[in-house]
Design a protein. Structure first.
Length: 256
C-alpha cells in the first residue's frame, strides 16, 4: 500500500514538473508580456497568502456562498434522490424538471436570479445550488436504482420492514453513488461560486480577479486562479477521505 502511494505521488509530481516546464517554455517563446512565468505566479500566490489581507477577506466572502449553497444542495438533493429512486411516482414527478436542469446551461439563469433575489448572499447561494443540486440528486437516484431487486424481495420475504430495507440494503448499496454525486456537486459548486462573481456580482474572489485584470497584474490573476484550484483540490481530497472513512469498502464510481 505504501509503495503504491509513493508511486502515485511520484507520478503526480512528475506530471506537475512536466506541466511547469512546458509552461515556462511557452512563456519564453511567446514573448507575451502579459503572460507570467510560473515563478511569477508562485511569487504572486505567496503575496496573496501572506501579505495581502484582502485575499482572505475575499475568500471568506466567496466561501459563504459556496458552503451554504453546497450544504443546501446536499440536504435537499440526497433525500430527493433517495425518494425518487425508491418511489416510482416521485421519480415521474421529478424527472421532467431534473431533465430540464441537466440540459439547460445555468449561466443564462444568473441574471434572472439576480433580478429576483438581488445582489446579496442569497442570490449567490441560490446559483451555487443550481449548479450542484441536480447532479447530487441524479447520482443518488441512480445509486438507489442500482440496488438488486432480488435483495429487496428476499428481505421482504423474511419479514423485513421498509425501514430495515433502507438501513440494511438501500443505503449501503447507494452510498458509492451518493458520494460520487457529492464530489461532482462540490466541483460544480466551486464553478458556480466563481462564475456568478465574474459575470454579475463583483464580490469576493471575483472582485479581486476583476481588479487585478483591470490593473494588468496578470501574475496576481493567475495566482488567484491557482488559489481557487488549490482550495478545490483540498475540498475534494477531504471529501474522498470522508468517503473512505464511511464507505471504504465500496468501489469508486461517478454517475452523471
Amino acid at each position: 500500500m505504501k509503495n503504491s502511494a509513493v508511486r502515485d505521488w511520484g507520478l503526480r509530481l512528475l506530471v506537475f514538473a512536466v506541466v511547469v516546464g512546458l509552461w515556462e517554455l511557452f512563456v519564453g517563446y511567446s514573448h507575451n508580456f502579459l503572460l507570467p512565468s510560473f515563478t511569477e505566479i508562485a511569487s504572486g500566490l505567496f503575496h496573496l497568502l501572506f501579505r495581502d489581507h484582502r485575499f482572505w477577506e475575499a475568500l471568506y466572502i466567496s466561501n459563504q456562498a459556496l458552503l451554504l449553497g453546497y450544504g443546501v444542495s446536499v440536504v435537499v438533493g440526497v433525500p430527493l434522490g433517495l425518494i425518487a429512486g425508491r418511489l416510482q411516482w416521485m421519480d415521474r414527478l421529478l424527472n421532467p424538471y431534473v431533465g430540464v436542469l441537466l440540459a439547460m446551461p445555468v449561466a443564462p439563469l444568473i441574471p434572472i436570479v439576480i433580478i429576483a433575489l438581488g445582489l446579496g448572499l442569497s442570490s449567490r447561494m441560490f446559483i451555487v445550488v443550481l449548479f450542484a443540486f441536480v447532479f447530487i440528486t441524479v447520482n443518488t437516484r441512480a445509486g438507489v436504482r442500482s440496488v438488486e431487486p432480488s435483495l429487496i424481495e428476499m428481505a421482504k420475504s423474511f419479514g423485513a420492514s421498509e425501514g430495515q430495507i433502507w438501513r440494511r440494503i438501500v443505503l449501503p448499496s447507494a452510498m458509492p453513488a451518493i458520494f460520487a454525486g457529492m464530489r461532482i456537486g462540490l466541483g460544480r459548486s466551486i464553478t458556480g461560486m466563481v462564475m456568478v462573481e465574474l459575470l454579475l456580482v463583483a464580490s469576493g474572489l471575483g472582485r479581486l480577479l476583476l481588479e487585478f485584470s483591470g490593473r494588468m497584474q496578470s501574475d496576481l490573476v493567475f495566482a488567484t486562479v491557482l488559489a481557487v484550484i488549490i482550495e478545490a483540490i483540498v475540498l475534494l481530497t477531504a471529501m474522498q477521505a470522508i468517503e473512505r472513512r464511511i464507505a471504504g469498502w465500496a468501489p469508486d464510481i461517478s454517475i452523471g
